[in-house]
Design a protein around this ligand. Structure first.
Ligand SMILES: Nc1nc2c(ncn2[C@@H]2O[C@H](COP(=O)(O)OP(=O)(O)OP(=O)(O)O)[C@@H](O)[C@H]2O)c(=O)[nH]1
Ligand SMILES: [Zn+2]
Length: 184
């Protein structure tokens, strides 16, 4: 849970630090707004992935299930700058499948935190691998980091791609390739 009062004080201090007057008309409500925004952007800390993935359905299918192009927004833990893009989640069921919306919800659980992209990718893969006990999981995340585009090296157009594989997908390059082809 975010301590809203503390967050408001911090934002007012930040405004002062950059030479602004936090009491001027346009900024008077800004500390409260920004505190609420951080509450929303970090609500993943209060969400539980294994609870979300506890409602499963029996299925004899053991071919790939892919939910692709799940959009996400997160905050990089180094600069508190947004990074955003798409998550693609593939898994090979082993008797259990989960409602498709839950894959998007699991993405929210881990995106709505201070993150680095590699860790977010691994956390999504691990939660599905642990909760569904599938034969394999592959998670691919493609993102733009505003800490690299609007500041620092300012390399507009750069994308970061991270991959996490679990189970039989770890060593099976042919299966990995067929999932990548489905994503294209
Ligand atoms: N591996 C990884 N690095 C990230 C991620 N988000 C931001 N970074 C990087 O974190 C690094 C932090 O580097 P520092 O040298 O401590 O910070 P900095 O001086 O602000 O670095 P510059 O961005 O190069 O100006 C930068 O290279 C960022 O590009 C992420 O999700 N994963
Ligand atoms: Zn950053």
């Amino acid at each position: 849970m975010v301590n809203l009062q503390k967050a408001e004080q911090a934002i007012a201090l930040l405004l002062e630090a950059i030479g602004e007057d936090p009491m001027r008309e346009g900024l008077a409500d800004t500390p409260a707004r920004v505190a609420k925004m951080y509450e929303e952007l970090t609500q993943g800390y209060d969400m539980n992935a294994s609870e979300l993935l506890s409602v499963v359905f029996h299925s004899d299918n053991n071919d790939v299930v892919l939910e692709k192009d799940i959009e996400f927004h997160s905050l990089c833990e180094h600069h508190l700058a947004p990074f955003f893009g798409k998550v693609h989640i593939a898994y090979i069921p082993n008797g259990k499948v989960v409602g498709l919306s839950k894959l998007a919800r699991v993405t929210e659980v881990f995106a709505r935190r201070l993150q680095i992209q590699e860790q977010m990718t691994n956390q999504i893969a691990d939660s599905i691998y642990t909760s569904l006990d599938p034969l394999g999981v592959m998670v691919i995340v493609e993102a733009t980091h505003t800490c690299m585009t609007m500041r620092g090296v300012k390399k507009i157009g750069t994308k970061t791609v991270t991959v996490a594989t679990r189970g039989i997908l770890k060593g099976d390059l042919a299966l990995q390739k067929s999932i990548q082809d489905l994503i294209k």
